[in-house]
Ligand binder design. Sequence first.
Ligand SMILES: NC(=O)c1ccc[n+]([C@@H]2O[C@H](COP(=O)([O-])OP(=O)(O)OC[C@H]3O[C@@H](n4cnc5c(N)ncnc54)[C@H](O)[C@@H]3O)[C@@H](O)[C@H]2O)c1
Length: 468
Amino acid sequence: MSIICVIGTGYVGLVTGTCFADLGNQVTCVDIIPEKIEGLKQGILPIYEPGLEELVERNVHAGRLHFTTSYKEGLDNCDFVFIAVNTPTGSSHGRADMHYVESAARGIGQELDHNAIIVNKSTVPVGSGDVVKRIILNNLERRDVSFAVVSNPEFLREGSAVQDFLNPDRVVLGSSDSEAANKVATLYLPLRAPMVITDLYTAEMIKYASNAFLATKISFINEIAQICERLGADAKEVAAGMGYDKRIGRAFLDAGLGYGGSCFPKDVRALAHMAAEAGLHPQLLHAVMDINQDQRRLVVSKLSSMLGSLRGCTIGVLGLAFKPNTDDMREAPSVDIIRWVSSQGAMVRAYDPVARKTAQEALEREGIRLDTITFCEDAYEVAHGADALVIVTEWNEFKSLNMPQIHSAMRRPILIDGRNIYEAEEMNRLGFTYRAMGRSTGPALTVLPSGDTSLPQQQTLLREGDSK
Ligand SMILES: NC(=O)c1ccc[n+]([C@@H]2O[C@H](COP(=O)([O-])OP(=O)(O)OC[C@H]3O[C@@H](n4cnc5c(N)ncnc54)[C@H](O)[C@@H]3O)[C@@H](O)[C@H]2O)c1
């Protein structure tokens, strides 16, 4: 049993602290937001993460998991201090904003009164472990205290964070103090995962390289999807055909609206920035980012190509969170899509199973007028009177919708399947004008049903990819 302090109780900190407590350790989680800590003390979680609530409750009840805003209380007698604070994109050119990590390091330095190992779980630019070490040293009141810094990047995915933490593909540890790294390794022994123990800089780089590679896979298949759409191939089947090749693998080859969330966008940007600062020109990373942004625009251009002007149209948005099983709205494609259609004069009807509150906050933060958006209770309410429906997040509950009911609720049955959930043949049979991402979607010439005189005139449409 070890005594662990976790600084930051967000997706990574709360999951890390709770799982270590579940493995039998004594854990205290520290955060600077008093409401978060108050809520956690009452069993109210600040985030939606499957399975986490029960795990928190069990470990609080067992007396192994505690929450506080006090560094002094959190650090009391601890063997390990995990830093798991946010590292968002800073103001200049994609650089990671380190001020939360720096402030955590200051807090540790000011309150640490015994020897301990500092473990950095935040995703930080290469070399940051040294910065953390320097800040702690500069703030240490007690000169007899010694400590080591170990990098231990986290690879969990939101939506399956608890499972991922407890069943990692690998644990990465990096430090100039190999004894300290080995001590951190003992915390993970119950998980029976492969361990990569290396130097500090390499461990920090492994995290960026991993995220950049996964983002590259997504942008790669999205570029292939655009080519497929032009040439009449089916990107979903291309991905399946590629994925059986063990050298390639099927994961992260889903054409769609691209990546979002709190990690891939900022981490690819930060890595590109690090490379540029080192005098390099990271062409591939820039292409990955450009393609990703284009995928979001593609949806709006599909809408415009089918509806003409969006002014006066009602666009239904299914799914707001950046991916299913989370309420995280950071860099969610829905925000860009809603911003662009709203700016063209469309009204939006939107629904997400869990992210309504976080979505409202995110949209407001982005300066998007909420009075142009109706938040609905389910997908059928979204479809009511809509001129087009866009599937943005592939929540399970969107995968088997009663499509005839959706069809009859819509003013115009245009379906843009941003996640390739449905099959074109079936959707065309039901009378939808269906568009997907990188897939052949039905008759080359589609005539939209006329009816509402307030809408653009009846149009003859070309399928994306057909030469005009
Ligand atoms: N979210 C993920 O899926 C994920 C996965 C792997 C790695 N990471 C990395 O882990 C880090 C944390 O990410 P997250 O998503 O958990 O962030 P988050 O924003 O959900 O949580 C960060 C928490 O840290 C707190 N905090 C900030 N400064 C603090 C300070 N000085 N002292 C105490 N608490 C402080 C915030 O109040 C917040 O509760 C980031 O570097 C991220 O890149 C995230």
